[in-house]
Design a protein around this ligand. Structure first.
Ligand SMILES: [Zn+2]
Ligand SMILES: [Zn+2]
Length: 154
C-alpha cells in the first residue's frame, strides 16, 4: 500500500466511503499516467473495471476533489488534484495533443498568490494552460508541420 493509496483511503473515509476495486483502479491509473482522456482512463483501468464504474468513480472523485478536469477546447482530460500530486502547470501541444507538466516554480506561485491577494480575491486553486507546439513536434515534424488553426475549430 503506497502513501498515495493511504491518502485516498483517508479521503474516502472522511466521507464514510470505503475503498473499492474500481476506486483503486481509477486512482492508480491516474497516478501512473495522468492526465488522461476518459477513453484512456477506461482502457488503463483494465478489463476488471467496467465503463459504468469508471464514469461513476470519476463523478464521485470530482465531487470529493480527488481529481480535476483539464478543459482543452471542448474536450477534457482528468488528473489527480493538487492534494494528491505536486501542483504544476500544463503545456498543451496543439499539434499532437500531448500534455506535459511544467516544473514547479515556487517564485511564480508566490507571485501569483500576491496578485490574487492584491485583487482581494480568496483563491482556492488555479490552473494554467499554455498552448503551443511541443519539442517533439517541432523537431520531428518540422517539414510537414502546418500551423494548426485554433484548437477545437479544425
Ligand atoms: Zn506535439
Ligand atoms: Zn500554479
Amino acid at each position: 500500500m503506497t502513501q498515495a493509496t493511504n491518502q485516498l483511503r483517508a479521503a474516502l473515509y472522511q466521507h464514510k466511503l470505503s475503498i473499492t476495486h474500481a476506486r483503486t483502479a481509477v486512482f492508480t491509473a491516474l497516478q501512473n499516467g495522468g492526465p488522461l482522456t476518459m477513453h484512456e482512463l477506461i482502457k488503463n483501468c483494465g478489463a476488471t473495471v467496467d465503463r459504468a464504474s469508471v464514469y461513476r468513480t470519476v463523478a464521485l472523485f470530482e465531487r470529493l476533489g480527488i481529481i480535476q478536469r483539464i478543459q482543452i477546447g471542448w474536450k477534457y482530460r482528468i488528473e489527480l488534484s493538487d492534494t494528491f500530486q505536486h501542483h504544476h502547470h500544463h503545456l498543451h501541444c496543439i499539434h499532437c495533443g500531448s500534455i506535459t507538466a511544467l516544473p514547479e516554480d515556487p517564485e511564480l506561485e508566490k507571485r501569483l498568490q500576491s496578485l490574487f491577494q492584491a485583487s482581494g480575491f480568496a483563491a482556492e486553486d488555479h490552473t494554467l494552460e499554455v498552448r503551443g507546439v511541443c519539442r517533439n513536434c517541432r523537431v520531428n515534424k518540422k517539414d510537414q508541420l502546418i500551423r494548426p488553426g485554433k484548437p477545437g475549430l479544425s
